[in-house]
Design a protein around this ligand. Sequence first.
Ligand SMILES: [Zn+2]
Length: 308
Amino acid sequence: MNRRLFLRKSSTGLLAAGMLGRLSLTESGTLQPAPGTTFIANYDTESPSCLEHLESIVNVHLKHGMPATFFIVSDILNDASKQRVVRLLDNPLFEIGSHSKSHQLILPHPLNPRTGNPREQLIDSKKRLEDIFGKPMTGYATPYAYVDGFKGHKDILEIVQEAGYKYITTICWGPGFSLPAPITDPFTYAADGFPELWEIPKHGWHENVLKGHTNVDSVALLNWPSPWPDGAIPKGPIKKPEEEFVVNKVFLDLAVREKKKHLTLAWHPWSIGRFDPKMKALDMTFAYVKKQGIKSGTFEGLYRELVS
Ligand SMILES: [Zn+2]
């Protein structure tokens, strides 16, 4: 790669924003991200237990040079923990986003009908995280997520816009609150009057459900006949990290085969750490992403690519 071009592109922040991976030279001589699916590792960091596993997760990312977005519940950071968390995550590989103030829902959900104050959850959490990390943030991941996200909820989207979010991730369920969630491409909320606000959906399983860590008796869960390829739906909760890697691989391969814009799975440090404290599934998944030449990045990096 031409070093001068490489540096020029770096200084625009593309690489710093996490769009690591293949770059190609266009006819006009500018560097463009290569077409293809971007894999995004993301973590809904939502409890003190999540913080206990953060260092092990960060270490696997550093080993592979793998970017990640950490969506954090701002109330879980206290005076005792926040400096350690900032030290761990203050790295150009990582993006910080909000996962609400106290994990209260914005809209009712079949697994939890109680909602909180949307201004607190959206606006206050962003301000507090920006204060703690000393930088602006662009994204919000809603607790639980929905089939259609915040579509049709203009009152909520107004608050999202007032908070200054550029993208939200509020979709991670299939029809009728089934799982796995379809591999939906990003879109804007133009139909609701917010053409500059992006939805970047999450996909596949909530890994805590795949492992039987969370009770989901109040939803139907599976869609039948299954639209998914073999291996996407194990016979029951998985027991070993190797099984998790096999499921992750099914979704990665499908996203690449169907030329999806991105693939991002719903991961939670508390559940990953309880199941696989040595982070073997992450290690195998990241090695596979690299081996297959799949691009990797952050939500923010993908957002910048979408608006460029
Ligand atoms: Zn959550």
